[in-house]
Ligand binder design. Structure first.
Ligand SMILES: [Zn+2]
Length: 60
C-alpha cells in the first residue's frame, strides 16, 4: 500500500512528497530531497492509527 506524504525537507524547508509503503512495517531509509538533493533520513513506523513518518537530517 503506497501512500503519498507531504513533508518539509529538513535541509531546505521546501515541501516535498514522499512515497511511503506502510505495509512493510517499521522502516528507516535515506531518500534524497527532490529540491536540494540532500539525503533525508526517513523513519516510518506503524501504529494502531495507521502510520507515522518523521524526517530528519542525516548528520543529526
Ligand atoms: Zn531539500
Amino acid at each position: 500500500m503506497l501512500e503519498v506524504e507531504a513533508l518539509s525537507c529538513p535541509y531546505c524547508g521546501e515541501q516535498i512528497e514522499l512515497l511511503v509503503d506502510a505495509s512493510g512495517g517499521d522502516q528507516r531509509y535515506i531518500e534524497d530531497c527532490s529540491v536540494c538533493c540532500r539525503p533525508i533520513e526517513v523513519a516510518l513506523w506503524v501504529d494502531a492509527q495507521g502510520y507515522q513518518v518523521q524526517v530528519k537530517r542525516e548528520d543529526e
